[in-house]
Design a protein around this ligand. Structure first.
Ligand code: HEM
Length: 462
């Protein structure tokens, strides 16, 4: 198909000389909201300039699906993403391309496939029980809490057990220093990805120096986990055939045919922690926010949890989680409206045509995943729509699409459904907005800033 127009013909916000639209994108935490506002104004495809760099925003769902499907050969993630992750020692399946990506992807998909999740369910259950106790204490105290914190601890405990076989137990031992290093690194990743120039390669600001310290601590921790895993394998060589966590899987692949370097093992282990932690924790936090604003949905969810769990406070078996249909519908609906990954950053590897526009190789594209998938239904919170098979929206982009579709989707649902059923079964949620409304804050994932709630214990023998 030949293109009828070029990037220069595209609509977009008014540009200033030299800076273009950079001044409108300075607030990194609002980059997604600003881009979505432009998409509402300019339609399927628009142009913005950051300094001399042209960026094209795409909001058309069919074009986004096509682009996501044409990977790894037609499109790649932004080259700066790979460079920025690599210099943090976090290069891995998320940023790798071509052959390197193919071999890392295979291992991640195996580690996260449904059969392995069955084996990991005890980790999810133990963490859900700890979360239950922690929230129970908050309910007994009657205080308003930042629920994002225990939810993040829950996700970090599950993900670290799965990624490197270590029970951090941040839920009971309090915030682990590792957790604060992970949070800081997340924030800085978002900041660096949005920076018009990679200033930190010449000048380090205090935040960059703090990041270096956090990275050194994270790398040291992961290297420690690697030596522990090697010791376990030396004592129990059968782990090479049946690895019990992702790290052991990579070490097994390294020993079998040298497929992974040590740097790739560290990078991928950290990456899994990053990919699995904030995404799941903030999806749960947004769901809690929506439930607090919709008592009718909360009541129906509590009724399902009560019926499925009986006198149990949390799901005890993997199979039980599969029967929580309404709980899954609530999560899907929350993910539709408050997707924690509202944007995808890709570039074409060769000249191409998108929305009838000629797009040269290397053009930076922002795919507005959340905006494109919201469709006609916009922001009404109606989980019921997901209960009818016909309404299972094939256009959902919450987990991306195509060959690089999120390999952690099943784990995310298992983890989120287990926690949500436990919360609905045991607690009534009430929003505490005395300090102001909750807002969307982009820090690599989209976070509900200012979310505080009060929990009230429900009677368990209702
Ligand atoms: C609600 C939770 C989650 C959401 C919304 C989410 C969303 C996403 C999205 C949008 C992508 C990009 C997909 C694309 O480029 O097409 C992605 C990639 C990825 N996710 Fe997730 N994710 C979640 C949880 C997890 C978990 C729990 C893990 C693992 C522990 C995980 C591991 C990954 C990995 C490794 C990639 C890179 C895949 C590749 O490039 O081949 N995610 N995720």
């Amino acid at each position: 198909m030949s293109a009828g127009r070029t990037i220069a013909d595209l609509p977009g916000p008014r540009r200033l000389p030299l800076v273009g639209n950079a001044h409108q994108l300075l607030r990194v935490s609002r980059v997604h909201a600003t881009s979505e506002r432009w998409a509402r104004r300019y339609g399927s495809i628009a142009r913005v300039d950051v300094g001399r760099r042209r960026i094209v925003g795409i909001a058309d769902p069919d074009e986004i699906h096509r682009i996501l499907r044409e990977r790894p050969d037609g499109f790649r993630r932004w080259a700066e993403q790979e460079a920025i992750f690599d210099e943090l020692g976090m290069g891995g399946v998320f940023t790798a391309e071509g052959e390197q990506w193919r071999r890392q992807r295979k291992l991640v998909v195996t580690a996260l496939n449904a059969n392995h999740l069955h084996r990991y369910f005890h980790v999810v259950r133990t963490s859900a029980e700890r979360l239950y106790r922690r929230l129970g204490e908050a309910a007994a105290a009657g205080a308003s809490i930042e629920i994002g914190k225990p939810l993040t601890s829950y996700a970090i405990d599950v993900t670290s057990a799965l990624a490197f076989g270590h029970d951090l137990n941040t839920l009971e031992r309090g915030e682990n220093t590792l957790q604060s290093h992970v949070q800081r690194t997340f924030g800085m990743l978002a900041r660096r990805l949005a920076a018009p120039v990679p200033y930190w390669r010449w000048v380090k600001l205090p935040a960059d120096r703090a990041l270096d310290r956090s990275l050194a601590a994270l790398h040291a921790a992961v290297e420690g986990f690697i030596s522990q895993a090697r010791e376990r394998i030396a004592k129990r060589p059968e782990l090479l055939e049946e690895p019990e966590n992702f790290l052991e899987g990579m070490i097994a692949a390294q020993q079998a045919d040298g497929r992974f370097t040590d740097r790739e093992i560290v990078g991928n282990t950290l990456l899994l922690l990053f990919a699995g932690e904030d995404t799941t924790a903030h999806t749960l936090a947004w769901t809690i926010w929506l439930l607090a604003r919709h008592p009718d949905v909360q009541a129906r969810l509590a009724a399902e949890a009560s019926e499925v769990l009986g006198r149990d406070s949390f799901p005890r078996e993997h199979e039980t989680v599969a029967t929580l249909d309404y709980c899954e519908a609530v999560l899907r609906e929350a993910m539709r409206i408050k997707s924690v990954a509202p944007m995808g950053l890709l570039e074409p590897l060769a000249d191409t045509t998108i929305c009838d526009t000629h797009i040269p190789a290397g053009t930076r594209l922002i795919l507005l995943l959340r905006h494109a998938a919201l469709g006609e239904r916009r922001s009404a919170f109606e989980p019921e729509r997901w209960l009818e098979e016909a309404n299972n929206d094939p256009k959902s982009l919450t987990f991306g699409a195509g060959p690089r579709f999120c390999p952690g989707r099943n784990l995310a649902f298992l983890e989120a459904k287990t926690a949500l059923a436990m919360i609905a079964r045991n607690f009534e949620i009430e929003l505490d907005d005395s300090a102001g409304p909750v807002s969307e804050h982009f820090g690599f994932t989209m976070i509900p800033k200012g979310l505080r709630v009060r929990l009230r214990q429900r009677a368990t023998d209702e």
